[in-house]
Design a protein around this ligand. Sequence first.
Ligand code: ATP
Ligand code: MG
Length: 664
Amino acid sequence: MGEAAKVPVVAEAHEVDTFHPPQKMLEKHPSKPHLNGLEDYQKLYKESITEPTKFWGRLARELLTWHKDFQTVSSGSLQGGDVAWFLEGELNASYNCVDRHAFKDPNRVAIIYEADEPSEGRNVTYGELLREVSKVAYVLRDMGVRKGDTVAIYLPMVPEAVVALLACARIGAVHSVVFAGFSADSLRDRVIDARSKVVITSDEGKRGGKLIGTKKIVDEALKQCPDVRHTLVFKRTGADIPMTPGRDVWWHEEVQKWPAYIPPEPMSSEDPLFLLYTSGSTGKPKGMMHTTGGYLLGAAATGKYVFDIHDGDRFFCGGDVGWITGHTYVVYAPLLLGVSTVVFEGTPAYPNFSRYWDIIENHKVTQFYVAPTALRLLKRAGDQHVRNEMKHLRVLGSVGEPIAAEVWKWYFEVVGKEEAQIVDTYWQTETGSHVITPLAGVTPTKPGSASLPFFGIEPAIIDPVSGEEIHGNDVEGVLAFKQPWPSMARTVWGAHKRYMETYLTVYNGYYFTGDGAGRDHEGFYWIRGRVDDVVNVSGHRLSTAEIEAALIEHPAIAEAAVVGVADELTGQAVNAFVAIKEGNEASDALRKEFILQVRRSIGPFAAPKAVYIVPDLPKTRSGKIMRRILRKILAGEEDQLGDITTLSDPSVVAKIITTVHDAK
Ligand code: ATP
Ligand code: MG
């Protein structure tokens, strides 16, 4: 297997196209990209690796405003699990995101709120944001929240969610956002694990034209959270909801009591800013802890260089604030850089499949950022829904999963009209901000590759068997990083041992990502998916992402998930689960076509031994496919599915089990 890890992989077997930053994108640029071409990137990248102190010290002073300057840029090590950045430095996240822009230009738009109903949105200026954040900060302080306390936030995508995060940061409280689609049990677990004593929520939520009983879920969860003293309830719909006297208070009533300015609490650079639980694709979610200075720098630096954010830009990240993508790229990066950020409450399918494109056109959005799962949905719905205009778009981002080349090209051609650059950004809740990614306007791209490392990230491809780093290009293995970077998570909340064992002691001296990756002949990185998701057929290490990408090229397939099952002959065999587009009927002939598709596109060795046509795939609430559930079902271990509370629709599991049983 040590040898097998080095077997050249499929992606490099066939020629891939390289796309340069589109000329038309550069022509409509308000000035020019922050870097002058790839050579500039290479020069800076080299400095960030060989002289990280100089590089990050300079950037930290350039992009952030410090209450008190730091003397030490970084200390600690990956081995020690005690990484710290900008020691002695003091700053406040809400000051950096709000005050410094509000003082200069209070009328600049901070938040473009797109409500679930297209007509009900509004804008929030930096001046208004400062007043609202201050008032809520007072409310929290009045509830007894002190520096270092954690506050749970369970809110729909409304401007008040952004206000809530920043109000916590303003007084030094640690926010712990729980995605407002989670059940009462999942919320309870996260409130207890984070030891939150206050919960910020709303009466109801509104998404895709449907009402969600948000407060009801909170009430249910809090029955088993005796330590929660208060809930602050934002009135979103005006529904008649029960309020528990002494515990629940209304947001609009409380904020009236307090003045519109409260000074920000100076925080040590290493004071925690927030806790956030991972998506739970591979098991029980981990409560990652991020600190203030390093995290903010990662957000600002990637916002500036990856998305090429300039003054006056309008940034639209479709991710929910309940995920790391929403934290870093709905809230922190755009606000740190003082531009306008879209807060979108709805879904891409409501009131119709043009919703994203309408938002982009109506608000002259310059950067759009979304997950491949949404792109697959919209591609499946048909090109007729995509609007022709959207002339201001310069950057189209993808995040969360590998993006199949077919979907990448659709994004580039149909959505971007070849006038915007695609940035496939690889990162994790744990990394805080992008780690492998193109820089818009600078880095050439190849569909399916996250391209090159961001500043300060020194990737290593490791042979999973020997644990040795594999040097040079055209290599394959698991992905790790060799040096600490500012925005890395510092611990798993209350479980530092788990943090060490999951990330830092697997390969001593490295940060282990848990993902497989290849580095091609030009040094470009190709993320293959979770290490657990690699299939080993007769010594060929195949990436599930690769085979799925091949399947998606078939016109009848909407989504595909590939897993390995034990096989007497070949060690493992490839099995595929596919959801087909409307208008197609499941049949043996179709299944054969799918197998042929993989044979043709990759090779006979990758052909699925079985293809199951299912109504839908098991996905996390952030839209990622949970392949471990499919593996368990195929192994006949339906009673050992593990933690499935992060599934968005648990009912698909029973349907998949039936399909597999019927086929056997
Ligand atoms: P858990 O850690 O609980 O299993 P999760 O890993 O899905 O859940 P996140 O931190 O939200 O939680 O996701 C990070 C993972 O998403 C990465 O490790 C990687 O597998 C995948 N990922 C993110 N961006 C990309 C990308 N651009 N290309 C390929 N994979 C990506
Ligand atoms: Mg993970």
